[in-house]
Design a protein around this ligand. Structure first.
Ligand code: FAD
Length: 383
C-alpha cells in the first residue's frame, strides 16, 4: 500500500508553518509587496523557528529534518505568499545546501551556523546575462593567482544576493579547459563585501516583489583559493544536482500557491453576491474552483513522489522535473482562474489573488524553464 499520510513530526511542522503564515505573514506581506521591500522581520522569525535549518544536522545549528520537511514548509508559506517562500527556498536549497553538500569541514563550520538560523542568507550565482538554460555556457572566469582566485564576469537574477544579511554568493566560473577541450567549470564562494564584487540596484520585477534579486558583477574580484567549493572542475555536476533538488522545492512552493488560490476563492465564493445569489451557488464558479483543487491535489502528489525518492536516496531527477512542470502549470492556471473568480477585485492589490497571479509566472521560468523540464523528461525516456 502507498501511504500518503504525513508522520507526526511532518504534520506538526506543517501545522506550525501554516499558523505562522496565516497569522504573521498574511496580514502584512501585501504592504511589503507593494513597497517592494524585503521583509527582514518575517525572515528573522522564520530563522528563529528553525525553517532555514530544516534539512541540516543539528551540529551546524540545523533542525536535523529532511528535504521533505523543507518542502512542506514551502508549501504552507507559498499558500500565503511566494516572496517569503522563495526567500526560504533560495536561502536553503541554493544558499546553504551547496556548502553542506560539497563544502570542506572548515567551510561548513564557517558558513552554515548563521545560514541555518536565518541570521545570514546565501545566494547561488549560476545564470548570466547571456543565458540561464544553457548553464554550461558560463562566461564568468576565475583564474588562480598565487593562493587566490581572481573572478571576472557577471551573474543575472540572483535571489537573496543583496540583502543586508547576505553573507555569501556561490558562483560558477570557467577555471580552464578539461583534457577533452571542454570548459572546466568550478564553484567558488564569494563572501559578501569582497572588493571587486558589485551588486546592482535590485530589479524591478513583475512578481516576487518582496524578495531580493540583483545582477552581480565581478571585476578582478579576489578570494582565497580555499574558497573553492568541492572538487575543481566539478562545478557543472554540482549545480545540476543542486537544481534537481531545488525543482522539488519550487514544485512544493507552486503547489502552495495553487492551493492558496483555492483557499481564497472558496472564501470569496461564499461572500460575493451577483444577481441576488452568492457566486459560489453558480456551477460555473463551482467547477472552476473544483478544477483548481484537482490541479493542486495532483501537483502535490507529484512533488510528494519526487521528495520521497529524494529523501530515500533513490534517483529522482525525472520525478523532480515532472513535479516542477505540473506544479508550476497548476499555479499558473489556478492563479488565472482565481483572479477571474474575484472579478475586478482580482486585479486589485488589496486581495492576494492578484499577487498570486503575478507571482505564478516565474515558477515556469526559475530553476529551469518548463521547456527545460520537458527536455529532462524526454531525455529520461531515451529521446
Ligand atoms: C526572479 C528570478 C530569480 C532568479 N533567481 C536565480 C538565482 O538565485 N540564481 C540563478 O542562478 N538564477 C536565478 N534566476 C534565473 C533563472 O533560473 C533563469 O531565468 C532561467 O533558468 C532561464 O534562463 P534565461 O532567463 O537565461 O532564459 P533563456 O535560457 O535565455 O531561455 C529563453 C527561452 O528559450 C527557451 N529555451 C532555451 N533553450 C531551449 C532549448 N534547448 N529548447 C527549447 N527551448 C529553449 C527557454 O525555455 C525560454 O523560454 C532567477 C530568475 C528570476 C526571474
Amino acid at each position: 500500500m502507498i501511504d500518503f499520510r504525513l508522520d507526526e513530526e511532518h504534520e506538526a511542522l506543517r501545522k506550525t508553518v501554516q499558523e505562522f503564515a496565516r497569522e504573521e505573514v498574511a496580514p502584512v506581506i501585501g504592504d511589503f509587496y507593494v513597497r517592494e521591500e524585503f521583509p527582514y522581520e518575517i525572515v528573522a522569525k522564520m530563522g528563529r523557528m528553525g525553517l532555514f535549518g530544516l534539512p541540516f544536522p543539528e551540529e551546524y545549528g540545523g533542525m536535523g529534518g529532511d528535504y521533505f520537511a523543507l518542502c512542506l514548509a514551502l508549501e504552507e508559506l507559498g499558500r500565503v505568499d511566494s516572496s517569503v517562500a522563495v526567500t526560504l527556498e533560495a536561502g536553503v536549497s541554493l544558499g546553504a545546501m551547496p556548502i553542506y553538500r560539497f563544502g570542506t569541514a572548515e567551510q561548513k563550520e564557517r558558513w552554515l551556523p548563521a545560514l541555518c538560523i536565518g541570521e545570514a542568507l546565501g545566494a547561488f550565482g549560476l545564470t548570466e546575462p547571456g543565458g540561464g538554460s544553457d548553464a554550461g555556457a558560463t562566461m564568468t572566469t576565475a583564474r588562480l593567482d598565487g593562493d587566490e582566485w581572481v573572478i571576472n564576469g557577471s551573474k543575472a537574477f540572483i535571489t537573496n544576493s543583496g540583502t543586508g544579511i547576505t553573507s555569501l554568493v556561490t558562483v560558477t566560473a570557467v577555471t580552464g579547459t578539461d583534457p577533452g577541450g571542454r570548459k572546466e567549470i568550478s564553484t567558488i564562494i564569494v563572501p559578501a563585501g569582497t572588493p571587486g564584487l558589485a551588486i546592482a540596484k535590485k530589479y524591478s520585477k513583475v512578481g516576487w516583489n518582496a524578495s531580493d534579486t540583483h545582477e552581480l558583477s565581478f571585476a578582478d574580484c579576489r578570494v582565497p583559493a580555499s574558497n573553492q567549493l568541492g572538487v575543481r572542475g566539478r562545478g557543472y555536476a554540482q549545480f545540476l544536482s543542486i537544481l534537481d533538488e531545488g525543482r522539488v522545492a519550487i514544485a512544493a512552493l507552486a503547489v502552495g500557491l495553487a492551493q492558496g488560490c483555492v483557499d481564497e476563492c472558496v472564501r470569496y465564493a461564499h461572500e460575493r453576491e451577483a444577481f441576488g445569489r452568492k457566486i459560489g451557488e453558480y456551477q460555473a464558479i463551482q467547477f472552476k474552483i473544483a478544477d483548481m483543487e484537482a490541479r493542486a491535489h495532483t501537483a502535490r502528489l507529484a512533488y510528494y513522489a519526487a521528495a520521497s525518492k529524494l529523501v530515500r536516496g533513490e534517483p529522482f531527477k525525472k520525478e523532480a522535473a515532472i513535479a516542477k512542470l505540473v506544479a508550476s502549470n497548476a499555479a499558473m492556471d489556478n492563479s488565472r482562474d482565481a483572479t477571474q473568480v474575484f472579478g475586478g477585485y482580482g486585479f486589485m492589490n488589496e486581495y492576494p489573488v492578484g499577487r498570486f497571479y503575478r507571482d505564478a509566472k516565474i515558477l515556469e521560468i526559475g530553476e529551469g524553464t518548463s521547456e527545460v523540464q520537458r527536455m529532462l523528461i524526454a531525455r529520461h525516456l531515451g529521446l
